[in-house]
Design a protein around this ligand. Structure first.
Ligand code: FES
Ligand SMILES: [Fe+2]
Length: 386
């Protein structure tokens, strides 16, 4: 796998000239050949969100995730460290578990009972007999295949290349200092998750998340208008900021019922909500009192896996009114996400005709994303540019 180099920063904070920008070529949303190149150049070189650290509170607690064509297990070890492993036994490759989550003292493969501790070390290996204790046996190659795994402000990320040496902090740039730390994401707890697939290209969903032109139309019966401004960013993220006095986590008529924001928020978290994309497709929204994400992972050029999660600060879960108010958040989030699901599937139907579209001056972050894709895809973009 190639290393992901930081793109040339593009200023999205100043207004662009009043002209149309050309959309990415329509084939980049429908071609399987392009998609395979995109996997190599954009998806495999990136860090991927796995879960919140609070999801793995004690040793032995684990989750499994399917990311691209890898199946991964993320587990907290006896030493308190969260690690990620490829979910494949070192005997003959069977998965250790297909459970979505759980708690285990040991990871025992159901096929021939090879057994690993929570730090991925092989402890028992039927069939190997005394060989396991001999010094000339390469023990390292019998332990679970570990993947890079790092935690930043309570967000757990993994890298799918076992040999990747770049740091998460370099990948995220100023996302944690400019956004995550202000919203106290390290105290967030996941309260609801869902996964499904859509008949759309993952880039279309990134694009709809980064423009507000559609909200008056697609979301006219839910959230309506939601003005945003692009934010300063570096490395592998970009985003917009929505300044508000009432939480966008609820439908407009319910916003007076919002949970109070924690008192230790700082900076922009005191006056609004960040809608950000951590490349390639991790859309994360941090509002003062709630956080949600929509992770888009491509399955093919025209199919996308969608993993959605909603989280609140841990102290919010303790409130007497939590069970009464939280469903109002789920109602708003589910409705708006459903509206975006449908419109991105609908948009792809037209792109199959090969007609090239445009971005207007009020969609600068979408145009920025297209420029980033052109940078990343370098040699490949020429195949589709007239
Ligand atoms: S494949 Fe796992 S123990 Fe044989
Ligand atoms: Fe939307």
């Amino acid at each position: 796998m190639t290393a992901l180099t930081s793109p040339t920063p593009i200023d999205t904070s100043t207004p662009r000239p009043l002209k149309l920008a050309r959309m990415l070529a329509p084939e980049t949303y429908t071609s399987e050949a392009w998609f395979q190149a995109e996997l190599r150049e954009v998806h495999y070189p990136a860090w991927h969100f796995a879960c919140l650290a609070s999801t793995l509170p004690e040793s032995g607690r684990f989750i499994t995730r399917r990311l691209l064509n890898r199946h991964v297990i993320v587990i907290k070890g006896q030493d308190g460290v969260i690690r990620a492993f490829l979910n494949s036994c070192r005997h003959r490759g069977a998965p250790l578990t297909l459970a979505a989550c759980g708690t285990l003292d040991k990871l025992t493969c159901p096929f021939h009972q090879w057994t690993y501790n929570t730090q991925g070390e092989l402890e028992r290996a039927p069939g190997l007999g005394g060989l396991l204790s001999r010094n000339d046996i390469p023990r390292q190659s019998l332990n679970l295949q570990q993947l890079p795994c790092e935690v930043s402000h309570g967000l757990v990320f993994i890298h799918l290349d076992p040999d990747h040496t770049g740091s998460l902090s370099d990948f995220l740039g100023n996302y944690t200092s400019n956004v995550a730390r202000h919203y106290r994401t390290e105290r967030m707890v996941t309260v609801q998750e869902k996964s499904y697939s859509l008949n759309t290209n993952w880039k279309l969903y990134v694009e709809v998340d980064m423009e507000t032109l559609h909200t008056n139309f697609v979301h006219q019966h839910s959230i309506g208008s939601q003005p945003v401004t692009p934010v300063e960013h570096s490395a592998n993220w970009f985003g917009v900021f929505h300044r508000h006095s009432a939480s966008p986590g609820l439908l407009p008529e319910k916003r007076h019922l919002a949970f109070p924001a924690p008192e230790d928020l700082s900076g922009p978290a005191c006056s609004g909500t960040h809608f950000c994309v951590l490349l390639p497709g991790f859309f994360i929204v941090t509002a003062p009192e709630v956080m949600w994400w929509i992770q888009k992972t491509p399955i093919s050029a025209t199919q996308t896996q969608v993993d959605v999660g909603y989280a609140f600060h841990e102290e919010t879960l303790e409130r007497d009114d939590f069970d009464r108010i939280a469903p109002l958040y789920f109602q708003r989030l589910d409705q708006v996400i459903e509206e975006d699901d449908r419109i991105t599937e609908y948009q792809l139907l037209g792109l199959h005709n090969g007609v090239r579209g445009h971005y207007t001056p009020v969609e600068p972050v979408v145009a920025h994303f297209a420029e980033l894709m052109q940078q990343r895809m370098g040699q490949w973009i020429g195949c589709y540019e007239p």
